[in-house]
Design a protein around this ligand. Structure first.
Ligand SMILES: C[S@@+](CC[C@H](N)C(=O)[O-])C[C@H]1O[C@@H](n2cnc3c(N)ncnc32)[C@H](O)[C@@H]1O
Length: 153
């Protein structure tokens, strides 16, 4: 796990059910579960190909619950306290939050780490009026990654 994902792990609140949206390789979800085996950890992927690959990578014994679907929809009504959305573009994240705003507003926190188009996401958050709780940046392989902890409302 590189500095970006390690920083995200330290950055996001450590308690309560959590979902890793667009989990990809699943390393963040796996480490969240490993650090706290009693915690409910969910990992989502957008469609059947990536979610099958995620299932294969994590294995049934990981204890991570894998869900399939677009954006925040797979976790609607499942009682997550927070979600992490990392490695997607800032515009994609902003569009996701706009579409799934009601679901997001049922969460206590969102840990957002846009891969690019950071300003686009910041501008969406500002317009939404969601308080910024924390901000951090971390360098990995010469790239400076931004992460934002926001409290939706
Ligand atoms: C670049 S990977 C990031 C993986 C991991 N989150 C990370 O930060 O290293 C982006 C992942 O998000 C998934 N994805 C893209 N759009 C999505 C959406 N609208 N809803 C859920 N997952 C999505 C892709 O299939 C891909 O696996």
């Amino acid at each position: 796990m590189g500095p970006r994902l390690r920083a995200l792990l330290e950055f996001c609140p450590p308690h309560g059910p959590v979902a890793d949206i667009g989990s990809g390789h699943g390393r963040l979800a796996l480490e969240l579960k490993r650090r706290n085996p009693g915690r409910q950890v969910l990992a989502t992927e957008i469609n059947p190909g990536p979610s099958a690959e995620l299932r294969r990578l994590l294995g049934a014994e990981s204890g991570v619950q894998i869900l399939e679907g677009e954006g925040l929809r797979p976790v609607a009504g499942l009682g997550c306290r927070g979600v992490v959305i990392a490695g997607l573009g800032g515009l994609t994240i902003a569009q996701m939050l706009e579409r799934d705003r009601e679901i997001a507003q049922g969460l206590e926190w969102l840990g957002l780490q846009p891969a690019q188009r950071v300003a686009r996401l910041q501008s969406w958050l500002q317009t939404a009026g969601w308080p910024l709780v924390d901000h951090r940046q971390v360098e990995e392989k010469g790239h400076l990654y931004q992460m934002f902890l926001v409290a939706p409302r």
